[in-house]
Design a protein. Sequence first.
Length: 429
Amino acid sequence: MLIHQPGKCCKECVPRPTCYFGGEMFHTGDSWQPDSCTLCQCGHGDMVCFSKTCPICPEGSIGVPQPGECCGKCQKMTCASECKHCKVTDSNQCTECKISGLYLQDGRCVQKCKDGLYADRKNKCHACHDSCKTCVDLTRYHCQTCKPGLLWREGECVSRCGMGYYQETTHCYGCDTSCSLCLGPKDNQCLACSQNGLVLQSGRCVDHCSSSSYLQNGECLECPATCQTCSSDGQSCTSCYDSLVLHRGQCLSQCPKQYFPSYGACNECHPSCKSCSGPTDTNCLSCADGSKLSKKGRCKMPCLDGQYLTKDSTCKDCGFGCGKCHTSRDGTTSVCLQCLNPSMVAFDDICMRACPVGRYKELGICRVCGSGCLRCESNSICHACGPNQIVSDGICVRHCKPTQYIVQSTVWSVCPVQTVLSVMVRPTC
């Protein structure tokens, strides 16, 4: 080991298992005392020093330092009467109270901790959190009351209640679990909902709005008072209560003039009516100017022979060759009832020499043949059918009866009694 010995200019090598302290060299096993309280030893080149251990003074006494001595001398100490133990520097400053049940506060033993302090499990008083006026339960954050301007919330003092709480005087209390904001503790006092997908209706958080309300910004708003249901923006009614009728988005006690009630809504009367009662728009109660009310409740213009009354209450001529006609169901054209020439037949709004395919003549008018029939004498007597159908007993059918066979692809003949059809090259019974 290279060391610098006193009085030498250069460092010198010394054997490894030696110790060097305060300019002196020590060998393994050597011990020395740098001062009265320290003992050092050399062991294989390593130096270890120990401080002397002083005895602990008995309860009620204290170690007083002695000149030239490592350890002080134990002398009896007299604490204040309320102290079980006190500070060495001040006998009036207790470190533990003598009487059980008293609390240690600023070195004094008191009946209870003052406001702003709390007692720990060793009955020592400590300062509450800065926001607390008083606190309890051995924790500095468990406020009992708060300083002015703050609100109490579950043991804390806060500037505002926050989400999930509502304010009542100087306290914050929890909302119902369905609410994120509320006015009170009940489930019908919500101002906002805590779960996605829920909407607010009458203070409650629900899955969807009722039929008498509409959704706006996550809240169900009631439809106008007269509406049973309303549009998505709440601006117009879509249905009304039983005693009211719907007219142009409003629910009225009765329909306005020229309208009649039908299935809870107001429908417009026929243009020929001044007023009507329903159930159809042509059930007139009074007529517009120039038309007359018939026994069936219809308003008709006094049209001339060979004319008919249109939907807009004007008279128009009947179709070609027609001497008498009436208005069609849709009011846009006429239907011929009688031809000027008796040898002609009425078809729709005109007269023809013969009925077209699929119709037959009856009382001078072309009537429609039965279903699937192309040529007939009457509605029940068909002579020719459409594709994939055959005449049977005057009507068109798709298949023969078990007792019938086809003749000339159009007519079925009946087999004699007690015989059935034999399928051969030529059908025989």
